[in-house]
Design a protein around this ligand. Structure first.
Ligand code: HEM
Length: 626
């Protein structure tokens, strides 16, 4: 993965209205009536989907009656849309002509008439102007940053400028513009703010690096994730998930609820430590200093990404602040550990008599570090450390976040869960998955595809223009900071039917695995173009193995009295208070040894899924609330 950091964020409730009290103003753009309708429709749906935590009553009860809270939310949303549409948020241009223009606009003079009379005051009239919205930082302080961006997208369209005081960003939600930036003209864009924020921890690692450094390192690192390596990793995913299953087994016996978000974070940390530099953090069973140090560094990266002031650059403060001291100590601990691992690995490489070739892999230590050293990477280089650190962070938080939101979504859709369990029962039985199972676990893969659509990690990709360019019909200048909102692309009512619905069936089982190319950049869970994620296959298999093994053994429900699940952003979308679940052992259902999973059979399993879910309920060996 990748870590993308949003330069402003704060906790947000999935079910709350964007608290947009700010004066958001735009020049000429008027929202088309269809967009207004879609906007309202979308929010009503979002609220309906998001407010249930699986055991609470659904938003619409059996008789189709909505709760008072829900109706209130819908009313508030409709009011907001109406205010945006009325032009209340329209940017007022400075200067006498624009004051006159705004005054005339308020008394109802049509925009076309105003355009005609005021065109000679506009120096850039030869080109259309990017629609513009203006905000105050406090306006988004109660929101995850990408939520108000969605509402603004429905109002202003696939590209608009968002201005906060002296800072301005271009927000892109149009697939063809995203494709232009990420793929067709990718050379004209750098990682911009992202590289600045991550410098302290990733240096010039593959994610923040640009230009020649990136080109050389990408060419060095990509071959390390060859097919044989990924196949070897399947075993690691299985063993590590088994540890998590053992932990959950204990929780079920002791009738304790579990906080799944932190467990997923530990699972993926253990996986990535072994996969990247053959180090077993064993964080699922231990809490050593090194684990705390890794988390301190990660949290700091996220804090920096949302801080309006770069406090870490303030002279003296950066040396005396206890927090910065702790971060520096943690960084030193992690770097020292990395140095030790590099030294150990180098000794192994020197002692082995394996010939280096395309699919080179040391069976005892298949790690990426081992491959890089065997391929001739310089042990003493800072670049190697930067890349290792980058992959540790990139491959950890993203996968953990996808698993967290997948289980949240599954807890709300028992039919999907039953269908998923049916597939896993018949494909795997009680085996640990193998590489061959990856293509058979089709529905499992679709569940993950759909989870990544609804909760893309990261929700926004960051770029900066290195030269003047055109985005669609709009000219832009060098130095523009750009956010490509993957959240908006993935939830756009223009590209998706029932965009907010968790519906793995939208991806045909026999169709291609959805990606940015076959979805024309409307779907980019792993980015696109030359900077696409290098760990996409690794991560996909890691998540398939984890989901399959967990749902085979357990049922998952939101714990009674668990806090409502709300979103907050940093590098990825986190929950604000964790994902507290009640986990129960499944009664082992009969295993039908099926090698192939034809479409018909899976479709049939949907009808039998009701029965299975009854079986699952009855099959609970323990229940924390029984
Ligand atoms: C579900 C898990 C993951 C997701 C959703 C994810 C997502 C992404 C995305 C969207 C990008 C593109 C960022 C951009 O264009 O700005 C990216 C890049 C990257 N990812 Fe992943 N990733 C995941 C797992 C991994 C893993 C496991 C690894 C390492 C083994 C990894 C390593 C990287 C690296 C090194 C890059 C930068 C590539 C470059 O700039 O050339 N990712 N990832």
């Amino acid at each position: 993965m990748a870590t993308n950091f949003l330069p402003l964020q704060s906790p947000s409730s999935i079910s709350t209205l964007p608290n947009f009290q700010t004066k958001l103003r735009t020049t000429r753009f008027r929202q088309p009536a269809s967009a207004k309708l879609k906007g309202n429709y979308r929010w009503a749906t979002a609220i309906a989907c998001a407010s249930s935590n699986g055991r609470e009553p659904e938003s619409v009860d059996g008789r189709g009656v909505k709760s008072a809270e829900q109706l209130l939310e819908e009313k508030r949303r409709a009011e907001l849309s109406a205010r945006i549409a009325s032009g209340e948020f329209t940017i007022e241009r400075s200067g006498f002509p624009s004051q006159v223009r705004n005054g005339l606009s308020k008394v109802g003079v049509p925009p076309e008439v105003l355009d005609f009379f005021f065109q000679w005051f506009d120096s850039s009239k030869d080109h259309p102007k990017i629609p513009e919205a203006k905000g105050a930082i406090r306006a988004i302080q109660n929101e995850a940053f990408f939520i108000p961006l969605y509402e603004l997208y429905l109002t202003y369209g696939g590209i608009f400028r968002l201005t906060f005081g002296p800072k301005s960003f271009l927000i892109v939600s149009d697939p063809s513009i995203a494709k232009h930036i990420l793929k067709d003209n990718s050379k004209a864009y750098s990682k911009g703010i992202l590289a600045e924020i991550l410098e302290f921890v990733m240096g010039k690692g593959l994610i923040p690096a640009d230009g020649e450094v990136w080109r050389v390192r990408r060419r060095t690192i990509v071959p390390a994730l060859h097919q044989k390596y990924v196949a070897a990793m399947i075993n690691l995913f299985g063993q590590t998930t088994q540890r998590l299953c053992d932990k959950l087994d204990i929780a079920t016996s002791e009738r304790e609820d579990v906080e799944m978000e932190s467990l997923f974070s530990r699972l993926t940390l253990d996986v990535i430590g072994k996969a990247v530099f053959n180090y077993d953090f064993d964080s699922l069973t231990n809490d050593t200093g090194i684990i705390e140090a890794v988390y301190t560094v990660l949290r700091e990266a996220e804090d920096r990404s949302v801080s309006p002031i770069p406090f870490w650059e303030i002279p003296i403060w950066k040396d005396i602040s206890p927090k910065q001291k702790k971060v520096n100590e943690a960084l030193k601990l992690v770097n020292d550990a990395l140095n030790d691992l590099i030294a150990i690995c180098k000794r192994m490489v020197d002692e082995e008599d394996l010939q280096f070739h395309e699919e080179y892999m040391n069976e005892e230590d298949p790690s990426i570090l081992h491959f890089l050293l065997a391929s001739g990477d310089d042990v003493s280089s800072k670049q190697l450390r930067d890349d290792l650190m980058t992959m540790l962070i990139a491959g950890h938080e993203t996968s953990a976040a996808v698993l967290t939101w997948t289980f949240y979504l599954l807890s709300k859709e028992p039919t999907v869960m039953s269908k998923l369990q049916n597939e896993v029962d018949s494909v795997l039985g009680d085996r640990i998955p193998t590489i061959e199972d990856m293509k058979k676990l089709k529905y499992t893969t679709r569940v993950i595809n759909e989870s990544m659509r609804l909760y893309p990690q990261p929700p926004v990709l960051i770029r900066r223009s290195l030269e003047n360019d055109f985005l669609g019909k709009y000219p832009i200048k060098r130095g523009e900071d750009i956010f490509i909102s993957v959240w908006n692309l993935h939830r756009s009512p223009h590209h998706w039917i029932d965009a907010d619905k968790f519906n793995p069936e939208r991806w045909p089982l026999e169709g291609p695995n959805p990606n940015e190319t076959n979805q024309n950049f409307s779907y980019l869970p792993f980015g696109g173009g030359p900077r696409k994620c290098v760990g996409d296959m690794f991560a996909s298999f890691e998540m398939v193995v984890a989901v399959a093994m967990l749902v085979r053994r357990f049922n998952f429900q939101m714990a009674l009295g668990a806090p409502a699940v709300k979103m907050t952003t940093g590098a990825t979308i986190h929950t604000t208070e964790g994902l507290k679940m009640t986990v129960t052992r499944r009664l082992q259902s009969p295993i039908v040894p099926t090698l192939e999973m034809p479409l018909l059979q899976v479709e049939n399993s949907a009808s039998s899924s009701q029965g299975d879910s009854v079986l699952s309920q009855k099959g609970e060996v323990t229940s924390a609330h029984s």
